[in-house]
Design a protein around this ligand. Structure first.
Ligand code: HEC
Length: 93
């Protein structure tokens, strides 16, 4: 098969973007955020947030309503429904 055809095929499968589950997205969040409050971390733990608060914070980051360093870039990677799913998952942890 020609190389360009392979490229087109792989781009096509990228475009059919499947929504990620809240649990899968949360694994990314836990790279930086502690699962439980930790006194020695500059990054806040996401423990104890309500679903509404998490979702609103993520939407504010995504749509540049809050000044922050990393989170606006991270939030922009997710659809609004993925943000809703991860907020629901994290609020139950
Ligand atoms: C690369 C590290 C990193 C990752 C990954 C990350 N965060 Fe953050 N998060 C931060 C930092 C740093 C802050 C402080 C605000 C800023 O400067 O962006 C923050 C702040 C927040 C806040 C605001 C907390 C508060 O009380 O002000 C929320 C909510 C949040 N993150 C949620 C998430 C969620 C949900 C995910 C997963 C989708 C996630 N974060 C992934 C680093 C990260």
């Amino acid at each position: 098969m020609k190389r360009w055809l392979l490229m087109v095929l792989s781009l096509t499968s990228f475009n059919s973007h499947a929504e990620l589950s809240g649990e899968n997205i949360a694994l990314n969040c836990f790279n930086c955020h502690n699962r439980k409050p930790a006194a020695n971390s500059a990054i806040p733990s996401l423990n104890g947030y309500s679903r509404q608060r998490l979702q609103q914070a993520m939407l504010d980051f995504k749509y540049d309503k809050t000044n922050a360093t990393l989170m606006p870039r991270i939030a922009k990677a997710y659809s609004d429904s993925e943000i809703s799913a991860v907020a629901a998952y994290l609020s139950q942890q």
